[in-house]
Design a protein around this ligand. Structure first.
Ligand code: CAA
Length: 381
């Protein structure tokens, strides 16, 4: 068992840390304040190979492993959680399923520009009445002649307003339940596709999300992703990998809270000494540091198992469950350490507090992660 990165993973980590520190962090507060999609950072991530890290080079990716992906995600998210989720969705929820389920033609046409960052992707599973209960899809794909005619509404779609391509889930046979769900690769410019106004969110305000309205959208069989009726498995297996990305994002947010709180505690003085010398503060920092490390180890274990082509769904759910929990706790404690300064936007910890919350909700709530973990336990996994 090794606890150190390979040379290649270390190189990714170093590049990601430099990019995050020098280019992302200085803009994070402004991106949040202005609710701004950081297009220039997305472009830079494309240049660095961060938008298709684990995609083979022949399809435009960096050809690296998922451990490298998790390391880079943590670094980018430590600087700006909004930029982190844009990266995560493109890698985990768009490139990954097209890489695993797409035909050679689809990989050439869609994966190559997505992984190299020429196009940006989104993933449309959730609906107004199908969030945690993902099988309750109401978006209908009806076979008419040689086309699929798609009607419905998708909800909370991260990258929706700025995406070029969508991995879309539809119901083609309601009576078949989850076996009636079919996935498509949808060009967002297709006739009948419209996005709603960007959601006005508590946190990750630089990440644009919205509803997507599908009104008699016509797609050919060339747009099917996987088998007709095989969409639920595409979605579930994709979310297993997505949860590694969100766990890494949560570790990044927790680390941001810890590092900012530590720096503040070392210079803020009360009762004649820096507050970092008061045990009440030391205990908080010690717990935060321990939990950040534990969350990172869980995350890297899930990524490692994915790289080894071993089952990793339970481990990814555990990583996301724990990392999202401790990210919220770390951000809360960071505000407490900053005191009044933690409650104002002049300092970054209120942003970490707002950004952390979503990690307990998207790509499966903490309650859903517990269901997934318990399901694996029941099967002896
Ligand atoms: N991989 C492959 N197949 C899987 C699977 C997995 N991880 N999990 C389940 N399946 C298969 C099962 O084997 C079963 O197949 P069979 O019928 O052939 O045996 C089938 O799927 C149905 O499984 P379940 O009975 O367990 O399904 P369920 O309807 O009870 O739902 C659930 C299970 C875990 C609750 C699931 O609905 C779920 O994960 N919900 C949360 C959805 C979610 O994470 N949404 C996030 C939206 S995306 C997002 O947030 C993106 C963003 O903005 C950043």
């Amino acid at each position: 068992m090794k606890f150190s990165p390979t040379e290649e993973q270390q190189a990714v980590l170093t590049t990601a840390r430099e990019f995050a520190t020098n280019e992302v962090l200085p803009k994070a507060a402004e991106i949040d304040r202005e609710h701004r999609h950081p297009a220039e950072l997305v472009k830079r991530m494309a240049e660095l190979g961060f938008l298709g890290i684990a995609v083979p080079e022949q399809f435009g990716g960096a050809g690296l492993d998922h451990v490298s992906y998790a390391l880079a995600m943590e670094e980018v998210s430590r600087a700006c959680a909004s930029t982190g989720v844009i990266m995560s969705v493109n890698n985990s929820l768009v490139c990954d399923p097209i890489n695993r389920f797409g035909t050679e033609d689809q990989k050439r046409e869609w994966l190559t520009p997505l992984a190299s960052g020429k196009l940006l992707g989104c993933f449309a599973l959730s609906e107004p009445e199908a969030g945690s209960d993902a099988a309750a899809q109401k978006t209908v794909a009806e076979r008419v002649g040689d086309k699929w005619v798609i009607n419905g509404t998708k909800n909370w779609i991260t990258n929706g307003p700025v995406a070029d391509v969508c991995v879309l889930f539809t119901m083609n046979d309601k009576a078949a339940g989850h076996k009636g769900i079919t996935a498509f690769i949808l060009p967002m410019k297709a006739k009948g596709v419209r996005t709603g106004p960007p959601d006005d969110k508590l946190g990750i305000r630089g990440s644009k999300s919205s509803q997507i309205y599908l009104d008699d959208v016509r797609l050919s069989d060339a747009h099917l992703l996987g088998q007709v009726g095989g969409g639920f498995k595409v979605a579930m297996s994709t979310l297993d990998g997505g949860r590694i990305g969100i766990a890494a994002q949560a570790v990044g947010i927790a680390r941001a809270a810890l590092e900012d709180a530590l720096a503040y505690a070392q210079q803020r003085r009360t009762f004649g000494k820096p507050i970092a010398q008061h045990q009440a503060i030391q205990f908080k920092l010690a717990d935060m540091a321990t939990e950040v490390d534990a969350a990172r180890l869980l995350t890297l274990r899930a990524a490692y198992l994915k790289d080894q082509k071993q089952p990793y769904g339970k481990e990814a759910a555990m990583a996301k469950l724990y990392a999202s929990d401790i990210a919220n706790k770390a951000a809360r404690e960071a505000i407490q350490i900053f005191g009044g300064n933690g409650y104002v936007t002049e300092f970054p910890v209120e942003r970490h507090f707002r950004d952390a919350k979503i990690t307990e909700i998207y790509e499966g709530t903490s309650e859903i992660q517990r269901i997934v973990i318990a399901g694996h336990l029941a099967k002896g996994g």
